[in-house]
Design a protein around this ligand. Sequence first.
Ligand code: GLP
Length: 240
Amino acid sequence: MEVVIDAPGRLAVLAADAVASLVRRRPDAVLGLATGSSPLALYDELVARHRAGLSFAQVRGFLLDEYVGLPPGHPESYRAVIDRQLTSRVDLAPDAVQGPDGGAADLPAACAAYEAALRAAGGVDLQVLGVGTDGHLAFNEPGSSLASRTRVKTLTAQTRRDNARFFGDDPEAVPRHVLTQGLGTILEARHLVLVATGRAKAEAVHQLVEGPVSALWPASVLQLHPHVSVLVDEAAASRL
Ligand code: GLP
């Protein structure tokens, strides 16, 4: 595991360097895309690289997770978020990015279909990750199996509070259920790039880098992966 401590703006540049060098090497690369605030500066940086000539025309993307039950087109569905933050701002093909279908009538079938789509694409070359304050990866809350696959999960009260800022500051407005890639699914990506900034992430970063591997801190499972880049600012690194 490589840990880099730098200013937030520099972290975005480093993460974008990793994405850009992959896409130049493999124009049809498969990117794993995270939502949340952590990758925002990275996506802005990728848009800047696109304007400077980097093409994503053959790239495909897979989201980590999705809320269950939001109406189609809801602005906080992760599908809408990634379209707003990245897809619509670069030359990704219209259907190049997919996520688990949180509106499906049969959710377990939608999870199995998503796993099949990931396999058919040949797996994820580079997975962008954030981390929750409670150590969750994607929506794998504490207690998630370290070998888990894409499935339905129930959010903790903490995560609903953390994400209330996207739902009018009302934790009750945050959906209770989500579909998420499992920790086992995420570990199959060939390179994992995690970005975390701010003091609220310090304990999660401490546990993911230095803690024992434990389902109580799901992000600690990254210690089992051979190629992980952890990009953190001073505040998020303050417990290392
Ligand atoms: C969210 C997402 C995760 C994200 C994490 C941190 O709930 N499901 O994919 O990495 O929590 O979010 P943020 O980057 O906004 O702090």
